[in-house]
Design a protein around this ligand. Structure first.
Ligand code: NAI
Ligand code: MG
Length: 326
């Protein structure tokens, strides 16, 4: 059966790195049908809408989506898109590769971040002038979903260390439920895991990232700890991510539209190509995903490199080198 991939390049370097990732995916000859959709600043200027209904429909009708980046309209585009695929899990690997000048070269972490609730549920109010509140929502169902996903991810991807991040000593009711539910999932599976207070974990990740593997987190903690760990591995141009739902998923680089370098042909396509590898894994093309990662690793190790990694190569040079390694 032909698999349909929605491709939404968006703005700025999204227009450069997304075609690069499509080129790599197409080179695998899996018979994917790529269908492009519009989103972002440019389409908003033209039509008044940053995320046209046609693009939402395309995402729903596709087996998976590859998204580049949006500019000023990012929040109006990416938040609804993540909802469109009903993603409950945000997967954010932070892996240091040989050949890249990483702060901590032994880092190989994957954050499994709850993507639907916590403090990002959007329940805020101003109850009196100068007094505001926020409601933090943690449910057993969402906690179970993310924990099951996290333990599965660790088993399928060869990580033997799983850490549950929480702050249940202070947020006793909400993170108490998160922690208890995630521990239950680990116990049911009979696998080893650790638990860690998220603030102390932030320090340990900086000092000894090599001691950690998969980290299962509530929403805000996952957002912050994954950004923090991104700093350990050598730059935004390398970081992929996935937003995974039960029936659909969207893959995107962590970076934005990078207006400072857009249009120059020098954006690093690695983050988007590695997002493509995550897409392949998701669609059960694990062997091809491995081939893409090996090709990327080989090019990171021996070049060519784009300027963000200290080289002089273009987006096209790096993409061509990766396709050649495949
Ligand atoms: P950014 O990620 O676009 O850029 C930050 C810095 O990293 C810039 O110096 C940029 O040149 C560099 N950079 C990023 N990706 C790179 C790559 N692939 N290769 C080489 N260098 C790269 O974040 P910034 O500057 O905060 O935001 C720019 C625009 O992007 C804003 O309009 C923001 O709203 C939007 N944005 C969109 C996101 C999304 O669509 N998911 C996420 C973050 C920001
Ligand atoms: Mg963030």
């Amino acid at each position: 059966m032909t698999e349909q991939i929605a491709v939404i390049p968006g703005d700025g370097i999204g227009q450069e790195v997304t075609p690069a990732a499509v080129e790599v995916l197409a080179a695998l000859d899996l018979g994917f049908e790529f269908v492009s959709g519009d989103a972002g600043d440019a389409v908003k200027e033209e039509t008044g809408e940053a995320l046209p209904q046609a693009t939402r429909d395309l995402v729903s009708a596709s087996d998976a989506t590859l998204f580049g980046a949006a500019g000023e309209t990012a929040a109006d585009v990416i938040l609804p898109l993540r909802k469109q695929v009903e993603s409950f899990a945000n997967v954010r690997p932070a892996t240091a590769y040989p050949g890249v000048d990483a702060l901590k070269p032994d880092t190989d972490l994957v954050f499994i971040r709850e993507n639907t609730e916590g403090v990002y549920k959007g329940i805020e109010s101003e109850i009196a002038p100068g007094v505001t509140t926020l409601t933090r929502v943690i449910t057993e169902e969402a906690s179970r979903n993310i924990a099951e996903f996290g333990f599965d991810y660790a088993a399928q991807n060869g990580y033997d260390t799983v850490t549950i991040a929480h702050k249940a000593n202070v947020m006793r009711t909400t993170d108490g439920l998160f922690l208890e539910t995630a521990q239950q999932v680990g116990d049911e599976r009979g696998v080893d895991y650790d638990t860690a207070l998220m603030d102390a974990l932030a320090m340990h990740l900086i000092l000894r990232p090599e001691e950690y593997g998969v980290v299962i987190c509530p929403n805000l903690a996952g957002d912050m700890l994954s950004d923090l760990s991104a700093g350990l591995v050598g730059g935004l141009g390398l970081l992929p991510s996935a937003n995974v739902g039960h029936d659909n998923a969207l893959f995107e680089p962590v970076h934005g539209s990078a207006p400072d370098i857009a249009g120059q042909g020098i954006a690093n396509p690695t983050a988007t190509i590695l997002s493509g590898a995550m897409l392949l894994d998701h669609l059960d093309h694990g062997e091809e995903a491995g081939r893409v990662r090996s090709a990327v690793e080989s090019v990171l190790e021996s070049g060519p490199h784009t300027p963000d990694l200290g080289g002089e190569a273009s987006t096209e040079d790096v993409t061509a080198a990766i396709v050649e390694r495949l």
